[in-house]
Design a protein around this ligand. Structure first.
Ligand code: CMC
Length: 430
């Protein structure tokens, strides 16, 4: 038996086989079961992929027990303090921090491809005014494949890069269009002289009748939140992007699938759900009632913004966002009653036996909504902003998969528990 192997014995047949044990840079060893079905005729069963590594990746590492998040090896704390969203986007996409020349070229490219095809106006105007902006975004990003089909050869590295640049550069414009449409206001064109976050705020809030003065603190807060959301290894939406892209679907189609997945309240939709929950709690006196609801097995209610599949410690992104939320609430509004409730709720939950035992800590969504609210962003746009941050992560993961020589279409198997084979019974005999 080799040291770097795992032996599986089927006790019902006595048959044993060795499988290779793979060692990553960090994290648990991974045993490679690719030959399991061929050699032993067995499948593995892991709904929710709690113990399954679906790919090899060089982009992001999370240590959920210690609360560590690294982008290309760099701790999220250092990046959020010293870098900015576009520099981090370059790092995530290309693997290294850019030098000055690379940084200038990249930011120039992203800033100068922010306009979208005029035909998008007609497309967006076709949506109902009360449509959720996430539903508009799913449609618009998917529709990019028809507006920009000159760069859809996924085997061509230049086409891959152009599509990624287009997605990153144009997503804020499309997101702001979704917002303007639901508010009945005219679309505002992007401005290339502004930073990524400033430009988004400009397209959201400027109107033809009046310029919008961008508060640098608003822009900084938004930039940091985007940076903190930029990638998170193989989460549900990223795995969706990889799976959709594994069939050879174009990156716009794969990104649109990712946005659809992100929308769910167990994933990116939680930031919207947190604010709704805090508004429902209303006053700190009501917190114990909601804590009890969350603990009640017969009540489907969960504390939104709490718990994480990977983090069994404080989410490092939540720590950074919490400090930022405090700063921004103090500077912008003085006291925000929702922030007060959030702090109190966190304090009570973190000392409650149920949450301690299950290792349920605040996640990134618990405080991000407080920041968005302070920036006057409506709750329906919260998950849209998560998509803006995550797009670069989705695309870096998509490109890593496309360029992997070992790439195959993603195709899980199942444990079939339906009826056994039987013969058709004609209608008159049923
Ligand atoms: N409130 C109350 N109980 C909870 C919560 C919560 N927020 N989260 C998990 N639990 C309990 C759950 O009932 C289960 O208890 P038991 O073992 O007795 O059945 C136990 O903790 C483990 O939960 P799980 O659902 O098996 O864990 P999971 O890893 O499948 O789910 C989660 C992770 C994030 C879906 C879940 O914690 C949750 O629903 N949280 C609220 C939604 C939320 O904040 N989502 C944002 C995730 S972070 C942003 C992102 O990356 O998308």
């Amino acid at each position: 038996m080799g040291n770097n192997t795992v032996t599986i014995t089927n006790n019902s047949t006595g048959e044993s086989h060795e499988f290779p044990l793979l060692k990553g840079t960090h994290g648990p060893d991974v045993f490679d079961i690719q030959q399991l079905y061929k050699t032993m005729g067995l499948f593995t069963y892991d709904p929710g992929y709690k113990s399954t590594a679906s790919c090899e990746s060089r982009i992001t590492y999370i240590d959920g027990d210690k609360g560590i998040l690294l982008y290309r090896g760099y701790p999220i704390e250092e990046l959020s303090e010293h870098s900015n969203f576009l520099e981090v986007s370059y790092l995530i996409m290309y693997g290294e921090l850019p030098n000055q020349d690379e940084y200038d070229k990249f930011t120039f490219t992203i800033k100068h491809h922010s306009m979208v095809h005029e035909g998008f106006k007609n497309f967006v105007n076709g949506f109902r005014r009360d449509a959720h902006p996430m539903s508009i975004l799913v449609g618009m990003v998917g529709a990019m494949s028809s507006f920009y089909h000159d760069s859809l050869d996924i085997t061509d590295p230049l086409h891959q890069e152009i599509s990624v640049h287009r997605l990153l550069a144009k997503l804020p414009t499309l997101a702001a269009m979704a917002y303007k449409h639901t508010h009945g206001q005219p679309f505002i064109y992007p401005r290339n002289d502004l930073s990524y976050a400033e430009n988004f705020l400009h397209m959201m809030y400027a109107v033809p009748a009046e310029e919008y003065e961008i508060d640098p603190l608003h822009a900084k807060a938004l930039d940091v939140t985007l940076l903190l959301h930029a990638d998170h290894e193989q989460n549900a939406s990223t795995s969706t992007v990889r799976l959709a892209g594994s069939s050879g679907a174009n990156p716009f189609a794969a990104a649109s699938a990712g946005i659809g997945c992100l929308w769910g309240p167990a994933h990116g939709g939680a930031n919207e759900a947190v604010i709704k929950m805090l508004e429902e709690i209303k006053t700190p006196d009501n917190i114990p009632k909601y804590i009890n609801k969350a603990k009640d097995k017969d009540d489907p209610f969960r504390l939104m913004g709490f718990g994480h599949r990977v983090y069994k410690n404080y989410d490092p992104r939540a720590k950074i966002i919490r400090n930022f939320a405090k700063e921004i609430v103090e500077k912008l509004e003085g006291n925000d009653p929702l922030f007060e409730i959030a702090l109190k709720l966190e304090e009570i939950a973190l000392t409650d036996e149920y949450f301690i035992e299950k290792k349920l800590y605040p996640n990134v969504d618990f405080y991000s909504g407080i920041i968005y609210k302070a920036l006057n962003i409506p709750t329906s746009m919260f998950t849209v902003i998560f998509s803006l941050g995550r797009m670069i992560g989705w695309m870096a993961q998509w490109q890593e998969m496309i360029r992997d020589p070992k790439r195959v279409i993603g195709r899980p198997r199942q444990n079939y528990v339906g009826p056994a084979k039987r013969s058709f019974v004609s209608l008159d005999k049923r």
